[in-house]
Each structure stands twice: as structure tokens, then as C-alpha cells.
Design a binder for this molecule. Structure first.
Ligand SMILES: NC(=O)c1ccc[n+]([C@@H]2O[C@H](COP(=O)([O-])OP(=O)(O)OC[C@H]3O[C@@H](n4cnc5c(N)ncnc54)[C@H](OP(=O)(O)O)[C@@H]3O)[C@@H](O)[C@H]2O)c1
Length: 184
């Protein structure tokens, strides 16, 4: 769908996440695994899109990711950072995402829910799609992805990758919400 056709706010939110078997996504600071090929894959999925992330995830990345908008949620009304578009609520973040897309010469209609745990909890019920990297590990503790009912999602395009030096096995999965098209 092009922007010209997209007259009814037909934008969709896509959650991009890597999680362990027990739902852990990080240690509260950064990622806890380095999987070959995962970062390029995330880059490919998200290029040209607004990324909606929490202030702690922004801090863990440390900079704006090129070719994408970094929309950072914080309750701190004085917070600013070079390269970040600040938002104080999810609806504010979605509005900034749509405005940013409207300024691009692109036909993109996806907004990315980029984490971390608090922001996934805030936005997962608005997502149409989840691009999941499932990591075959069970970290004893850490920030978790919210509990969702995976029965409500259809799975597509799963691919498995063997464990290698310094990393566990992992797999990629695309999930689409079953019962309706969700737009933001
Ligand atoms: N594995 C993955 O795919 C993945 C992806 C992303 C992140 N992570 C990991 O997740 C961890 C961080 O997650 P987290 O849950 O600790 O933090 P987070 O979700 O990244 O950020 C939380 C912050 O967002 C702001 N916030 C939350 N709800 C808000 C609301 N309703 N309105 C306005 N602002 C709001 C607050 O910022 P203020 O405190 O400034 O008010 C809050 O402290 C890190 O370990 C990171 O590496 C993993």
C-alpha cells in the first residue's frame, strides 16, 4: 500500500524480538547473546521503518540506528538525546512514527515495536506481526517478554540454526495475528 492510498491510517505494528526459551530478552542492560546473522537480519527487517523503543533500550544501543527513526519512550519530560525522537506515551510514539514515514519518500507502512520488556508489554496487543528469534538458552534471570497467547498467532517461515562457538542454537519465526487485521 502506498502513502497516497493509505488514507485511513492503515499502518501496522511489527514486533521484532529475540528471546530465550523462558522469555528472557536481556539482562536489563544489553543483549546476552551474539548470534551470527541476527543483527543483519534485524537490520533488513527494520530498514526504513520507525523503531519504537524504551529509554533503557535506547541507552543499551547507545545511538540512532541509520536509515530508521529512533522513537524513544520516556516519562522524563526533560530527556533528550542526539538522534532520538522523544515520545511520552505509546500513542505519541505511533503518531511520531507515522509523521516520520510521511516525510520519507517510501511506501513503508510498518512501525516496529523494538523493545525492551516494558515497551513490548505496552504495545504487543497492537501488533499484527512478530518477527521472533528464539534462542535455545535459559538465562536464570533477566528482563522478560510479556506472556502472550501464542495460539492466537499463526507461524510462518521458521528456520533453524545450529549452535556454534560461543552461541546456542536459535531459530527464526514469523507470527501473524490470526483473528483480525490490527492497524495502528
Ligand atoms: N532481545 C531483544 O530482542 C531485545 C530488544 C530490545 C531490548 N532488549 C533488552 O531489554 C532490556 C531493556 O528492557 P526494559 O524493560 O528494562 O526497558 P525498556 O522497555 O527498554 O525501557 C523502559 C523505559 O521506557 C520508558 N517507558 C516505559 N513505559 C512508558 C510509558 N507508558 N510512557 C512513557 N515512557 C515509558 C521509561 O523510561 P524513563 O525511565 O526514562 O521514564 C522506562 O524506564 C535490555 O536488556 C535490552 O537489551 C532486548
Amino acid at each position: 500500500m502506498t502513502h497516497d492510498e493509505n488514507t485511513n491510517n492503515r499502518f501496522q505494528m511489527v514486533c521484532v524480538v529475540a528471546m530465550a526459551n523462558n522469555g528472557v530478552i536481556g539482562d536489563g542492560q544489553g543483549l546476552i547473546w551474539h548470534l551470527p546473522g541476527d543483527l543483519p537480519r534485524v537490520k533488513k527487517i527494520t530498514m526504513g521503518c520507525p523503531l519504537i523503543m524504551g529509554r533503557r533500550t535506547w541507552a543499551s544501543i547507545g545511538k540512532a540506528l541509520p536509515g530508521r527513526a529512533s522513537i524513544v519512550l520516556t516519562r522524563d519530560t526533560s530527556w533528550t538525546a542526539d538522534g532520538a525522537i522523544v515520545a511520552h506515551s505509546l500513542s505519541d510514539a505511533i503518531m511520531h512514527g507515522k509523521s516520520w514515514l510521511a516525510k520519507q519518500e517510501s511506501q513503508e507502512t510498518r512501525l516496529i515495536l523494538f523493545g525492551g520488556g516494558e515497551i513490548y508489554s505496552l504495545g504487543i496487543d497492537l501488533c499484527q506481526e512478530i518477527e521472533l528469534t528464539r534462542v535455545n538458552a535459559t538465562p536464570p534471570n533477566g528482563t522478560k517478554f510479556p506472556n502472550i497467547n501464542w495460539q492466537e498467532w499463526d507461524e510462518f517461515d521458521a528456520t533453524s540454526h545450529k549452535a556454534g562457538e560461543g552461541h546456542p542454537s536459535f531459530s527464526y519465526h514469523r507470527y501473524i495475528y490470526k483473528t483480525q487485521n490490527r492497524y495502528v
